[in-house]
Design a protein around this ligand. Structure first.
Ligand code: HEC
Length: 114
């Protein structure tokens, strides 16, 4: 096998390995990165599963929430881009946003009067 061919196989293996390893679900992204602040609602972060805390955020619509989660934003506090984990892809961050939003919309704490 030529050196170039061996090298190209190695490069391909490295890329496909990364692609396989990096497709995280919203829940995995949340558990790995977002929960640091959102599990308990640290430093002004809307707490996971807390409808009241999420109401004003949800009012912006899912697209805006996804953009803010990807690029970061300053509100009353600061949400860092991708929760501070630049290795996450945009679609992984979107999946995490949807995971958090789904937890409020269908969570056990669902209150019809809110
Ligand atoms: C270092 C703490 C921290 C981490 C980690 C973090 N967040 Fe946040 N996030 C915040 C804070 C604080 C806010 C509230 C900012 C405000 O409203 O002023 C926020 C707000 C948000 C909002 C509402 C945005 C809006 O426009 O109202 C979304 C969506 C969000 N975070 C998603 C995520 C996702 C997804 C992750 C993981 C990839 C994540 N966050 C990780 C601190 C964090």
């Amino acid at each position: 096998m030529s050196y170039t061919r061996a090298l190209s196989i190695l490069v391909l293996a490295a890329f496909s390995g990364r692609a396989l390893a990096r497709v995280l679900t919203g829940r995995q992204v949340f558990d790995h990165t977002c929960h640091t602040c959102h599990a308990r609602g640290v430093a002004g972060a809307p707490q996971f599963g807390n409808r009241a805390a999420w109401r004003k955020h949800l009012a912006k619509g899912i697209k805006v929430l996804e953009e803010h989660a990807i690029h970061g934003y300053y509100g009353q506090s600061f949400m860092p881009p991708k929760g501070g984990d630049e290795s996450l892809t945009d679609s992984e961050v979107r999946a995490a946003v949807r995971y958090m939003v789904a937890a409020i919309q269908s969570g056990p704490s669902l209150d019809p009067h809110q």
